[in-house]
Ligand binder design. Structure first.
Ligand SMILES: Cc1ncc(COP(=O)(O)O)c(C=O)c1O
Length: 318
């Protein structure tokens, strides 16, 4: 703060930035170097031989981490847990980005003494913790438990730095380092290359949001006599100076059969979890499906929907 008045962050007017850099990475080498440098100066994290992923605040990375540490397309989703008291966003975000691969379970104490070591668990470990400032440590042990070390506050102005943190997956943010929460600047330090690749892929999907999802979904639903989708006519866009289709974040699906009294239940039976129309004061014949999901989740949604549509006239016999 000593030089606050004389410091500045300047972006030249000619400077352009793509989503990616020459090496097709989402983070510049320069930024990566500076992140490693600040950890070396502060001594709060090991970054040697670690991968670094940049995200829109640590919030985005926390969810990318849950995705990356959960099994893909497994019949038993990972349970996401934390020690009480924990930062409420862990629950809110995990529930919001509902997935077949994980579910929020909350209180870790239920699992602490569990003899079932086959259960896949993702544990948020927050040090220092929000709200109580404790230097939490991972509670769960075992091959199927994966911690996410949230070190948002592991900086000397909040806590003594006792040793460089060396977790497999650690998350930091400038929100708490310098107080620039609105700039949405977070990063993850990751040991394992496969986890790094998965995190990178998740962030890439969310960063490069495109117009494809509703189109793909509507191709699948167009083969159905049972389900329909909202129709949003293309309109002239004064911003892009052309007629263009909408790319909504949600599909508003309608079940058309008389016997489909509750569309949410119909889709749920096919392992497609949406939000019932009634949550939005709509009718039970509607369900909202989120299109803002990772590529894997979206592919799974299309797969399950295609199966449901193909069985409309009774299950197929091979
Ligand atoms: C423990 C913890 N982690 C993460 C965050 C979110 O940080 P960001 O602004 O980087 O998304 C907060 C914000 O309050 C927090 O308390």
């Amino acid at each position: 703060m000593q030089n606050a008045a004389s410091s500045a962050l300047v972006v030249a007017g000619w400077h352009r930035m793509s989503y990616t850099y020459e090496d097709s990475n989402l983070i510049s080498q320069e930024l990566e170097t500076h992140i490693r440098k600040i950890h070396a100066i502060v001594g709060n994290a090991v970054t040697h031989k670690r991968f670094i992923v940049f995200g829109a605040g640590s919030t985005q990375l926390l969810n990318a981490a849950v995705h990356a540490l959960s099994p893909d397309n497994s019949s038993s989703p990972a349970r996401v847990v934390a020690s009480i008291p924990f930062y409420p966003l862990y629950e809110k975000q995990t529930v919001y980005f509902q997935s077949a691969d994980f579910q929020f379970e909350g209180d870790i104490s239920v699992w602490k003494n569990s003899s079932d070591t086959s259960m896949k668990l993702v544990e948020f470990v927050t040090a220092p913790n929000n709200p109580d400032g404790q230097m939490n440590k991972a509670v769960l042990k075992g091959p199927n438990t994966k911690p996410i070390h949230d070190h948002a506050y592991y900086w000397p102005h909040y806590t003594p730095i006792t040793a460089p943190a060396d977790g497999n997956l650690m998350i930091f943010t400038t929100s708490k380092l310098t107080g620039h929460a609105g700039s949405r600047f977070g990063w993850a330090v990751i040991k394992d290359q496969s986890v790094y690749q998965k995190m990178k892929r998740n962030i890439r999907v969310w960063t490069q949001h495109n117009e494809e999802p509703l189109g793909k979904l509507s191709n699948t639903i167009s083969l159905s006599n049972r389900f329909t989708l909202q129709q949003i006519p293309p309109q002239y866009c004064t911003f892009s100076h052309k007629v263009r289709a909408s790319s909504p974040a949600f599909a508003w699906v309608k079940c058309g059969r008389e016997e489909d009294i509750n569309c949410y239940e119909v889709l749920k039976a096919a392992k497609i979890i949406g939000r019932a129309g009634r949550i939005f004061q709509g009718e039970d014949e509607y369900v909202r499906l989120s299109l803002l999901r990772s590529q894997d989740d979206f592919d799974l949604l299309i797969h399950r929907l295609s199966k449901l549509v193909s069985e409309e006239n009774g299950p197929k016999t091979m």
